[in-house]
Design a binder for this molecule. Structure first.
Ligand code: FAD
Ligand code: SIN
Length: 538
């Protein structure tokens, strides 16, 4: 395989909200290279619907937002981190607006046409506080950030480039504390591996929804950042807390289409297929209960009735309201023959968000010098055992800003050591590649069946045995075969699946999103404990 070399000050892996925000903030301080797997806008960010939670109204307060976040987090949030992120939210929203982001507005009553930001509501929030751009908030975030990045001469963007692995001083046998020196990156179009040297590397690779058979996430979400950081020796925490979104559209032709929680925020009600409301049996907040509760309730109703889905009904609202507030959801459902102004929407839970990740400070620092992590890839302590809706875009904005300040205030010296080129296997037998797609499917089904919304020790043990065997098969392939993005992603989903299973096995209790029938209650000893995993470096 061909190789090449490149150098920059800041290497950013990922072009979602975390990577782009960081890149824009460090660009005045040095050369930035953003490496991104597919098209620049393709990211979880791009599909965000509900919006960004931030305190902007007089009826709201930081204290209330903190309380809601901590309550949703099942006792595991780091309250200091929660406070920092929530208090700095309004300033970061102002930055985003200054960059050109257009949030939805509404007319202030009795004000002769004056406008204010329209605030949505979602599960677990005691106040209306979600800033949104109708139901396509993420698309508007990406548009605004990408437009701003295109204006910056110091930012280079490389699409269809997949980061393979981080380069660290430890891997090069250099001694001293482990430092990140860059990354190997696969250039898909030119079929070559580039050795990138950088003073600082930001992991902004997002989450891992594709580890599960059913997910709201796009194809890019294969846990690459978590897997790379783990292999490099950074601590990974709380991976058992995978958030299942309660309402993904159920339709044979629809792939991963989310029906925003904001639909329930505006009065949408969950019903069985017979049209009976059921959430009052599970939580006082009914359809607007925290996500872990709603997803488990739907799972339990589906198991009880044998139905493949439940219904989400917003037909009591006027057609005009629904079409104006949720144009994307309305239009997409209509394409599948469902008029949501007249009939309820069939929905099922699906893997949505990774609450754990690479252990970082609120400034994005990992355990490896020169390696930062921001956004869904990181575990800062904000989300605890269950993320409050719309807190993740907020976290990415605040932490990207803080990481940019940290990295520019205390820059590491330039990398001056010889970094070897990437060594790759050369086999490329097309017949054998069927094995890659087979193992992909097997992992995703295994995770759905054994490590899903409701877990047991027996199923987790079985999952661990299967993943150990599959890992051995993947290792054999990985080193013999020529690099492809499918093979790289397979290796990463296998590692991420393994981390989720191991974290789940570590926690002898049920808390937030981790629900184990063998330990149905929280365990006080684990109330403040993160499940932390570190790869033994040789
Ligand atoms: P992403 O936006 O996922 O970006 C990751 C980037 O990394 C992508 O550019 C990807 O191509 C790139 N990448 C990945 N691996 C590699 C690699 N190996 N090499 C190179 N590049 C790589 N949160 C909210 O707060 N509010 C919402 O309303 C909301 N709605 C959501 C709706 C949906 C359907 C989904 C899926 C998520 C939603 N979330 C929401 C969650 C939120 O969108 C994400 O947590 C957030 O956007 C993550 O941002 P990020 O920058 O960390 O990662
Ligand atoms: C949604 O719109 O329901 C998603 C919000 C989120 O995941 O934060």
């Amino acid at each position: 395989m061909q190789t090449d070399r490149k150098q920059c000050d800041f290497l950013v892996l990922g072009s979602g909200i975390a990577g782009l925000t960081f890149a824009l903030k460090v660009a005045p301080h040095g050369r930035v290279c953003i490496v991104t797997k597919k098209h620049r806008a393709e990211s979880n960010t791009n599909y965000a619907q509900g919006g960004i939670a931030a305190v902007t109204s007089k009826e709201d307060s930081f204290e209330m937002h903190v309380r809601d976040t901590v309550e949703a987090g099942g006792g595991l949030c780091n309250e200091e981190v929660v406070r920092t992120i929530i208090q700095e939210g309004p300033a970061r929203i102002a930055d985003l607006i200054a960059l050109g982001m257009k949030f939805s507005e509404r007319e202030i009553p009795r004000s002769r046409g004056a406008k204010e930001l329209d605030l949505g509501k979602e599960g677990g929030h005691s106040k209306r506080r979600i800033l949104h751009a109708k139901d396509v908030t993420g698309r508007e975030v990406e548009r605004a950030l990408l437009a701003a990045a295109a204006e910056q001469p110091n930012i280079e963007m490389l699409e269809d480039h997949v980061a393979i692995d981080l380069i660290t001083s430890h891997k090069l046998g250099l001694g001293g504390p482990n430092r990140c020196l860059g990354a190997y990156v696969f250039d898909k179009k030119n079929q070559r591996v580039i050795t990138f040297q950088a003073r600082a590397v930001l992991l902004a690779t997002g989450g891992c929804g594709k580890v599960y058979l059913y997910t709201t996430n796009p194809d890019i979400a294969t846990g690459d950042g978590v897997a790379m950081a783990y292999r490099a020796g950074a601590a990974v925490a709380n991976m058992e807390f995978i958030q299942f979104h309660p309402t993904c559209l159920y339709h044979p032709k629809a792939k991963s289409f989310l029906i925003s929680e904001a639909v329930r925020g505006e009065g949408g009600v969950l019903k069985t297929i017979e049209g009976v409301e059921f959430m009052d049996a599970y939580h006082a907040l009914k359809s607007l209960a925290p996500r872990d509760v709603v997803a488990r309730a739907i799972d339990s109703e589906m198991k009880r009735s044998g139905a493949d889905y439940v219904l989400l009904d917003i037909t009591h609202k006027t057609a005009r309201f629904t079409m104006e507030r949720f144009p994307n959801i309305y239009g997409t459902c209509l394409q599948y023959g469902i008029d949501i102004t007249k009939e309820p929407i069939p929905v099922v839970p699906a893997a949505h968000y990774q609450c754990g990740g690479v252990l970082t400070s609120v400034n994005g620092e990992t355990e490896i010098a020169g390696l930062y992590g921001v956004g869904e890839v990181a575990c800062t302590g904000l989300h605890g055992a269950n993320r409050l809706a719309s807190n993740s875009l907020l976290e990415a904005l605040v932490c990207a800003h803080r990481a940019s300040q940290q990295v520019t205030a205390a820059p590491l010296p330039p990398v001056d050591c010889a970094i070897p080129d990437w060594q790759s296997g050369e086999a490329a037998d097309a017949d054998e590649m069927v094995v890659v797609s087979h193992i992909w499917d097997e992992i995703r089904r295994l995770m759905w069946d054994y490590v899903g919304i409701v877990r047991t020790n027996k199923r987790l043990q079985r999952a661990r045995k299967r993943i150990d065997n599959l890992q051995a098969e993947i290792q054999e392939y990985y080193w013999d075969f020529r690099v492809t993005s499918d093979l790289l992603e397979l290796r990463n989903i296998a590692t991420t699946a393994e981390l989720i299973i191991h974290c789940a096995l570590q926690r002898p209790e049920s808390r937030g999103l981790h629900y184990n029938l063998d330990f149905p209650n929280p365990n006080l000893e684990w109330a403040q404990r993160d499940s932390i995993l570190r790869h033994q470096l040789d």
